[in-house]
Design a protein around this ligand. Structure first.
Ligand code: SF4
Ligand code: SF4
Length: 72
């Protein structure tokens, strides 16, 4: 599963990442006024959240462990 980390101290609560994530991995926590990772298992590693974060506080680390590599 891909890992998504959010630096909530650095985050200014603009919601751009939540709007950018078209598969709803990220949700808005109204109480905390910050984005939260709600469904990491649905992340497709498109990087739109990282690209749209002007504060550069999101890091998506892809998980390639399910892929089979072979040398031709
Ligand atoms: S990399 Fe794409 S799918 Fe994954 S959390 Fe970010 S916007 Fe959503
Ligand atoms: S785009 Fe960045 S600064 Fe804006 S809410 Fe998301 S994590 Fe916070």
């Amino acid at each position: 599963m891909n890992a998504i980390s959010i630096d909530t101290d650095r985050c200014d609560g603009c919601k751009a990442c939540v709007k950018a994530c078209f598969v709803n991995v990220l949700r808005w926590d109204e109480a905390g006024r910050r984005p939260v990772v709600a469904h990491a298992e649905d992340c497709v590693h498109c990087n739109l959240c990282e690209i749209n974060c002007r504060r550069e506080c999101i890091t998506v680390t892809p998980d390639f462990s399910h892929l089979r590599w072979s040398a031709l």
